[in-house]
Design a protein around this ligand. Structure first.
Ligand code: NI
Length: 150
């Protein structure tokens, strides 16, 4: 995936296809442990909600200000702290889908001259265009895990 336009096309396809994939899993399937030290599908979707919420902040803040110093998030601690494993699968689907439909909308409306805005995230300089493209690369990686063999 090399460009933002390709990333947006991938994002659109994920939003179209994922609801059926997610709905096909029962609550029990989604909560099943996938191996030692691995997240269940509920926890993977929870991690994607954390990715959406953290990146939402970045996508909006970077349009408003140049040169911000933005925090990262420690993914395992976020997943464990929020007890995603205890939430009903359907509620996680609804939250993930609603959040990502909004992020899709936000990404569609970023003006071209804001794409080069820079900030540090966990101390590393990045552009808004890189972060939005990388968001979809990361999303696609985990979507494959969720859709993969049970
Ligand atoms: Ni991840």
């Amino acid at each position: 995936m090399s460009s933002l336009s390709e990333a947006l096309e991938t994002f659109r396809a994920i939003l179209e296809e994922m609801p059926a994939t997610l709905q096909a899993l029962t609550d029990r399937d989604a909560g099943r442990q996938r191996g030692p030290g691995k997240w269940s599908r509920k926890e993977i979707l929870g991690h994607l909600i954390d990715s959406a919420s953290n990146n939402h902040q970045r996508f909006v803040r970077m349009q408003l200000y140049e040169g911000l110093d933005l925090p990262g998030y420690s993914q395992d601690e976020w997943v464990a702290t929020q007890r995603y494993q205890k939430r009903p699968w359907q509620e996680l689907i609804d939250l993930w889908l609603g959040y990502n439909r909004h992020l899709w909308h936000v990404m569609q409306h970023v003006p071209g001259d804001a794409l080069g805005r820079t900030a540090t995230v966990s101390g590393t300089w990045v552009t808004l265009e890189f972060l939005m493209t990388d968001y979809v690369v990361h999303l696609e990686h985990h979507v494959r895990q969720i859709a993969g063999p049970r």
